[in-house]
Design a protein around this ligand. Sequence first.
Ligand code: HAM
Length: 409
Amino acid sequence: MNKLSAPRGTFDILPEQAAKRAHVDRVAAELLEGAGYGRIETPSFEATEVFSRGVGEATDIVQKEMYSFHDDGGRSLTLRPEGTAPVCRAYVEHGMHKLPLPVRLYYLSSFFRAERPQAGRYRQFWQLGIEALGSDEPEVDAETIVLLATILRRLGVAAVRLRLSSLGSPDVRAAYREDLGNYLREHAGRLAPAVRERIELNPLRAFDSSDPVTRQVMAGAPVLLERLGGEDAAHFAEVRGLLERAGVVYEIDPTLVRGLDYYTRTLFEFTSDALGAQSGVGGGGRYDGLVEQLGGVPTPGIGWAAGIERILMAAGEMPIEVRPPDVYLAFEGSPSNAFETLTSAREAGLAAQMELAGRSLKGQQKQAERLGARYFAVVEGDRVRLRDLRAGTEETVARAALVDRLVAV
Ligand code: HAM
């Protein structure tokens, strides 16, 4: 028979990895909940329209990376490639604009993109993300960025850099797109074919090209950041000032491009030099038109998402919090007394395990030591030989008194 394995670009999360992820979850939840963020989880799939309208028809994600399928009713559904559009869909659906603003939400969920797998790039991956809806104050931009910087620092993510830019308002961006398109058409002969083909669809992606000649051309291209109008420029200046006061180091990168169409104004990306080609640890930006685009009342928003696998790759050692057993129940012969004691020990809140593999008494003690158990309790009828593995002492107690004796420790 063929050996079965996880689909290409996916992976199993085994207990040791799960423990590291639980640590990320705890660190993030503690900071974010303290900052007023509430957890949200949306379905793993949505109406395809949520993404085609939300993320944008011209993006790589919508064009070629979505896992879409039809349900029984012939409706097109898509495994979520990202979380912002679904959260905004939920915000509209549940009338969250009536809540005190800004509404702050966070998620830690898995997402799906049909990308070519490589180190740090998967077809099912996990993101920690936050979205703050209902305020366009620059303080919210700065707050979200500082939160991600703090999480990455607390998790020990190495060699982090923050790149920052602003896309301005949609009208400025539209005019700029025209000019950039003209510039690219003028230099079409020197552009990489993939860039040339996308001049009409998504000219901004030309800044992302790794082709050396294309990069030369792009060095002379018009720059959006230099064209921001008064309010956009003032907003960006305030965000920068707030980040400086918070001690967050950043680089302005006018060529910063992100693969989603909903962004307006502030745009940012955290990278780690400890990662290879897929160096983006997390990124996000403001999306002041998205809620309206999805059928809600005009509502500004900003957020980010960070890739859990990339965080783990760049973070090095991570504390794994496993609770060793308080007691390991051993026996020879019938297991029923040990089993009864196991159940009452757990009822009393103890971390208890019992022998389930038919080991010899000696083997059972070895196993208890391997697990880091505090007590090794050999159940012999109504008596228990209780060995304190830390102190190396032994006493005999009545089985009925064992749990109380251990709870008192
Ligand atoms: P994104 O830049 O597409 O943004 O993804 C955010 C992060 O998810 C990336 O920086 C990367 O760490 C991780 N990531 C993305 N694709 C993959 C993949 N195929 N394999 C492993 N990790 C991956 C968004 O998704 C936006 N929704 C972020 C946002 C929230 N903007 C505003 N609010």
